[in-house]
Design a protein around this ligand. Structure first.
Ligand SMILES: [Zn+2]
Ligand SMILES: [Zn+2]
Ligand SMILES: [Zn+2]
Ligand SMILES: [Zn+2]
Ligand SMILES: [Zn+2]
Length: 241
């Protein structure tokens, strides 16, 4: 995809948008989801768009739904509440919708890379989970990333949830109990592997420990619209420690 430094956008006709890079999460005024990394911004109006939202073509096909023709809408079509088939979040802004099947995808979800490389392993985007997700323990609907060895799996929705929680915790001025609760629930994110192994429930914990922080971070960056982005120090630190 070509990257323009400056571009007009029909959703913000009054000013041109400039390409910027940020390691601080922003809220996209297109799809209304969180973002990080490259974005298009109108400084004057504090209007931000994910790169994927700003450059979204009118029509798109996706390898998971080969027979579908996705059309870009700036508002969800119809009167029913819609959810994204990839991340299971509500659709309230920009969306790719297939009229034939009713599938919906956020532009960033539609752009999730099929393969992510966290430096140690490849993570593959998959339509359905074959083993349980490490965060929720389920095989519920929605897309996920799995490792080559198929030993670990994470729902896209669960990584989104995780990000939200870590941000909430930060906004609550790092409420100690909440932080501790999160770290207990997601031990692999902190590298407290040893402690956890000695506390029993070995099977589940071992599995859980295989999720490397690097993997979680790169999935999180991709979900936020830019797999190359460095998650802001606070968030990154939260996830990696
Ligand atoms: Zn967006
Ligand atoms: Zn403006
Ligand atoms: Zn379709
Ligand atoms: Zn989505
Ligand atoms: Zn899950």
């Amino acid at each position: 995809m070509k990257i323009d430094k400056e571009m007009p956008h029909p959703s913000h006709p009054q000013h041109k948008l400039q390409l910027e890079y940020t390691e601080i999460p922003f809220n996209c005024d297109g799809c209304k989801e969180a973002g990080i990394g490259l974005k298009y911004r109108c400084q004057q109006c504090e209007f931000d768009l994910h790169k994927a939202c700003a450059q979204a073509p009118q029509l798109m096909v996706h390898p998971f739904y080969k027979k579908c023709e996705f059309r870009l809408y700036h508002r969800p079509p119809g009167t029913l509440a819609r959810i994204c088939d990839a991340c299971r979040n509500d659709v309230v802004g920009f969306v790719y919708h297939c009229e034939g099947c009713g599938f919906d995808l956020h532009p960033c979800c539609a752009n999730l890379p099929q393969v992510l490389d966290d430096g140690e392993r490849n993570l593959y985007l998959s339509l359905k989970l074959s083993s349980s997700c490490h965060r929720c323990g389920g095989k519920g609907p929605g897309w996920s990333y799995r490792s080559e060895c198929k030993n670990y799996n994470l729902h896209v929705s669960c990584v989104k949830e995780l990000l939200k929680e870590s941000w909430q915790a930060m906004y609550l001025n790092a409420d100690k109990n909440r932080v501790r609760e999160m770290q207990t629930r997601i031990p692999s994110l902190r590298g407290t592997l040893q402690n956890h192994h000695s506390r029993g429930k070995v099977g589940k914990v071992q599995k859980c420990c295989q999720i490397a922080a690097g993997a979680v971070r790169i999935i999180a960056s991709a979900i936020l619209g830019d797999p190359t982005a460095i998650i802001a120090a606070a968030v990154g630190g939260f996830i990696s420690k």
